[in-house]
Design a protein around this ligand. Sequence first.
Ligand code: PMP
Length: 407
Amino acid sequence: THTLDIAKIRADFPILQRTVHKKPLIYLDNAASSQKPNQVIEAVARYYRRHNANVHRGLHTLSEEATTAYESAREKVRAFINAAEIAEVIFTKGTTEAINLVASSYGRAHLRAGDEVLITYMEHHSNIVPWQMICEQTGAVLRVCPINERGELLMDEFERLLNDKTRIVAFNHISNSLGTVNPVKRMVQLAHAAGAVTLVDGAQAVPHQGVDVRDLDCDFYAFSGHKMFAPTGIGVLYGKRYLLEQMPPYQGGGDMIKSVSFEKTVYNELPSKFEAGTPIIAGAVGLGAAIDYLNEVGLEAISDYEYGLLTYGTEQLKTVPGLRMIGEAAEKTSVFSFVLDGAHPHDIGTILSHTGVAVRTGHHCTEPLMKFFKVPATVRASLAFYNTREEIDALVVGLGKVREMLL
Ligand code: PMP
């Protein structure tokens, strides 16, 4: 097994040193957004202090340096997910924009009335609404794969729902509300056998485990930088070249063209074709630095460590009277979603905050899932590799205080 030097890692994240309500911050809202290490903060600051200029345009030194910084971040992303070539790595502002790009561009070009798009019951709104929108525009039909009480996909139903009308199958790698790890490789194989293309929402996977898009064989893979220790405003769409080549541009503007005249515009090569306008240069630089950082710590070590925390936390939370865990999949990572008899999640979140513990309360952008579990909201404590057993203990103590105050 691999070990992490947690004290050293925590020292890299300056925000973990601060207090809230005069208590040490215990940050357990990593599924919403992760904290940033000095290595990322410094890389962004260094870019602005030394190299800032627009990319791809000027022949002056700063523009060349900015272009090199931006494009070398793309190469880091390519290696990180093991894509075949940098042309398959499109920078977006996040998972949401990446999914909207595919729904708009691929969806509009390929969906006809009566075609089907298959998603699952545990999708984030960002992997539901773009498909609803494109279905409405094209007359395609949205199908939804159901789940069981533990929060696992019903794979028999998944197979049953795939048919010769299925064009696109979109699902998350790891559920943000439940922590369920889906059998992505198998799902991709089944979807391909039915003749459909696949989009994997990897927003919750990339901070926790190694991802190899060629091994998964998915057609599209989307994720956000801010959940993997990089800045907000930067994300990635991976797509197989032959599909991206066929797809019309998502947005028009500068950088995505080869030549423009009023009679005819020729679009640029990949990946520029999908990156209209001045890109998120500093964000890409920060994402590159976050990838370097993750590689140095090691994703295998991170997975092992977080699995230990998940097991420990699950046992500890079971000792809290009246606590009901939402999501108990056999394959699970990094998320404790729960409700407490007689206490509203929002009140729990507020009281916990006063003990220094940051958790998310609400529907976590998965309203259909809340309906399935017949709860209006849950409390969600979500882990990163800088969290500790002591912090989980503090969450459990905080829940004791919640019970004293509310029950
Ligand atoms: N999908 C999943 C599974 C998520 O957890 C999130 C963020 N909560 C998103 C998509 C959307 O990501 P973003 O808001 O960064 O675009």
